[in-house]
Write a protein that binds this ligand. Structure first.
Ligand SMILES: NC(=O)c1ccc[n+]([C@@H]2O[C@H](COP(=O)([O-])OP(=O)(O)OC[C@H]3O[C@@H](n4cnc5c(N)ncnc54)[C@H](OP(=O)(O)O)[C@@H]3O)[C@@H](O)[C@H]2O)c1
Length: 326
């Protein structure tokens, strides 16, 4: 597993990280033993960055990671989020309530200081006041958090966050079906030494190579209840694409690939070919998925011909179908 520097944090993190939303039972129940197996497999593969949030399973994801951390000799980097739990979202933000949420995360993770806390899709109006960034800087000075970043829905929100000088990282929706950041954000992030954390690398599984139109999802899974944006941002689940169209588009990408590469490898490798990406946080519902995803760090870059084809395909066939603001 290769490592990269995570923006201003200076942490050396694995190119492939682990998204831990599923560990909150938010995609359907996950047994404790299965959660532990997923985390163990990740560590065995050299993954040392784990992304969670206070709201995943109402704290269950953080608690599971915290329990698991106690069993680890080498401590990985655990990055969490604040801003969607308690009474904060959408307009209850104040310094004390943010602090309370952070203290909850700290207790569940069992750490002295939170490695990196990301503002979790905070409403743009709140980001624009700049106030919340100054609170995070104060928490950093107190030692409650070590670094802070932001996880955002749109490039516009990302650009607002870039105005904060101490912002260490940005987590964005980024994948071969969502390429706008390449020109519109990555150069600025690089200039400001903001590490890019790529989320939804597989467009909620569309780009795994395994997705089929007859697939069904459990009632708790956002791919069931939010496939058309009924519960939260329409641009998040399946990358904002209507599910069946997304499966068709993914099948079309498969026809562009060389015989020794599958769609999963192409999708994760495309992200790693962007030098500003510090880490790619793919979710995984099994240890086997963790292993397949981790192995893409060892693959060579995509050919220039394939990268150019993917860019054209995105512009001509995909972009117009993404719902919500990019
Ligand atoms: N607002 C935010 O800040 C925000 C929002 C969303 C996500 N996130 C973070 O981003 C992480 C990743 O998001 P995500 O899990 O929704 O998206 P994703 O990584 O694009 O998709 C993950 C899904 O793809 C499938 N998959 C993964 N590896 C596979 C493999 N090797 N073979 C076949 N299928 C595979 C699995 O689904 P099945 O096995 O169930 O098909 C898995 O649940 C989350 O865990 C979370 O940490 C943050």
């Amino acid at each position: 597993m290769k490592k990269r520097t995570l923006g201003k944090t200076g942490f050396e993190v694995s190119e492939i990280g682990l998204g831990c939303w599923q560990l909150g039972n938010d995609f359907g129940p996950v047994e404790d033993s299965e959660a532990k197996a997923i985390l163990d497999s990740a560590a065995e593969q050299g993954i040392n960055l784990f992304d969670t949030a206070d709201v995943y399973g109402g704290g269950v994801s953080e608690q599971r990671i915290g329990d698991w951390l106690k069993t680890q000799k080498t401590k990985p980097v655990v990055i969490t989020k604040v801003g969607r739990g308690g009474d904060l979202f959408p307009d209850g933000y104040n310094k004390n309530s943010v602090r309370k949420s952070l203290e909850g995360s700290k207790a569940r993770l069992g750490v002295e200081s939170l490695d990196l806390v990301q503002l979790h899709c905070i409403p743009p109006e709140m980001l624009k006041t700049g106030e919340i960034f100054s609170w995070m800087e104060a928490f950093q000075q107190e030692g409650l958090i070590t670094h802070y970043g932001a996880s955002v829905e749109t490039i516009e929100d990302a650009l607002v966050c870039c105005q904060s000088d101490s912002l260490a990282t940005l987590q964005i929706i980024f994948n071969i079906f969502r390429q706008d950041a390449v020109d519109k954000l990555l150069p600025i992030a690089e200039q400001k030494n903001i590490g890019i954390i790529a989320r939804l690398p597989l467009a909620s599984g569309l780009l795994s190579g395994r997705m089929q139109k007859n697939r069904t999802f459990s009632a708790q899974d956002h791919r069931n209840y939010n496939s058309d944006g009924a519960a939260f941002n329409v641009g998040e689940t399946f990358n904002g694409l209507p599910f069946e169209l997304g499966v068709d588009l993914a099948d079309q990408v498969k026809t562009m690939l060389p015989s020794d590469m599958n769609l999963l490898q192409c999708s994760l490798r495309w992200l790693l070919d962007q030098p500003q990406v510090s880490t790619v946080i793919s979710g995984a519902s099994s240890s086997q998925q963790v292993i397949s995803n981790a192995l893409t760090s060892d693959l060579p870059p995509l050919s220039q011909v394939l990268s150019a084809k993917l860019q054209t395909f995105y512009q001509e066939q995909v972009r117009q179908h993404i719902r919500g603001e990019i």
